[in-house]
Design a protein around this ligand. Structure first.
Ligand code: NAD
Length: 267
């Protein structure tokens, strides 16, 4: 048996957007840490979702995939409900990870473009946090709630202005929710990655290539060279390591924080 796989804790972690990238790495890491896993995804992610669930079951954990678009609050509540029905009233961790990074100069952003960015990255996160907190409070076990921030929770970037605004909002809401829910022994924090090798950055790079008329790969290479002091792009597992620690008792005195894991990219 792989010694990195811990015994079952009989507790569940719920993760939105966990079929690829950072969310998938977090799901796998928390499964290894001993948690059963519920992943909420959009229907177009079905194949990736099934493969991720199979991989987690292969680690000896219970795992389910549920379809929920975080733009639809009723689907988030239903996903939490289904999680509890299938895995038990043991929801201990909720990770509002789902996000999109749309790239456009601000003056070209239509109302629909802005609404989509805000409704996934920020409204989706708020609704996920609240739905999870309600279940955790009902159970009375306390809990750990984590959201996806970014280095763009701390500084902005041209052509990523609405994205950046949503990530600033995540930082604010993390502080507000931490204050309100500390009395229930629920800690609320966020991770703030830099430039992570995921399909999201493939998309960002391709969009900058179109806008600037440069070859694929050039924008990402420029960001890494200019910003990342540790000199390499980040792997999703780097973010999962931070989350694993943040939800553990080692971080028992930490709440309301948006913690950078970015190789110095925000300095
Ligand atoms: P990704 O695009 O690779 O994966 C995002 C996942 O979210 C996908 O599986 C997608 O199907 C799912 N998703 C998209 N819209 C959804 C919706 N409406 N409802 C439910 N699920 C939905 O992204 P990633 O790079 O893994 O990023 C994960 C999170 O981390 C995002 O919130 C992102 O903003 C943040 N982040 C990423 C980076 C990076 O460099 N990749 C840096 C900082 C922050």
């Amino acid at each position: 048996m792989d010694s990195s796989i811990k015994p079952s804790l009989g507790r569940t972690a719920f993760i939105t957007g966990g079929a690829q990238g950072i969310g998938q790495a977090i799901a796998i890491r928390l499964a290894k840490d001993g948690y059963d896993i519920s992943i909420a995804e959009i229907p177009t992610a079905k194949e990736r979702l099934d493969a991720t669930i199979k991989e987690i079951e292969g680690l000896g954990r219970k795992a389910i995939g549920v379809f929920a678009d975080v733009r639809k609050p009723e689907q988030i509540y239903a996903a939490i409900e289904e999680t509890v029905q299938k895995l038990g009233p043991t929801l201990y961790i909720s990770i509002a990870n789902a996000g999109v990074a749309q790239v456009k100069p601000l003056l070209e952003c239509t109302p629909e473009f802005i609404e989509n960015e805000v409704s996934i990255n920020f409204l989706g996160l708020m609704n996920t946090h609240i739905a999870a907190a309600k279940q955790m409070i009902k159970q009375g076990l306390g809990g750990r709630i984590i959201g996806a921030g970014s280095i763009l929770s701390f500084r902005t970037a041209e052509c990523l202005s609405p994205y950046s605004a949503t990530k600033f909002a995540v930082k604010g809401f993390t502080e507000a929710a931490a204050k309100e829910w500390a009395k229930y022994n629920i800690r609320v924090n966020a991770y703030a990655p830099g430039i992570v090798d995921t399909p999201m950055w493939e998309h960002i790079d391709a969009e900058f290539a179109k806008i600037e008329g440069i070859p694929i790969g050039e924008a990402r290479a420029r960001w890494v060279k200019r910003d990342v002091k540790l000199g390499r792009t980040q792997q999703p597992e780097d973010v999962a390591k931070l989350v694993s620690w943040l939800v553990s008792d080692e971080a028992e005195y930490i709440t309301g924080q948006t913690i950078k894991t970015c190789g110095g990219a925000s300095l």
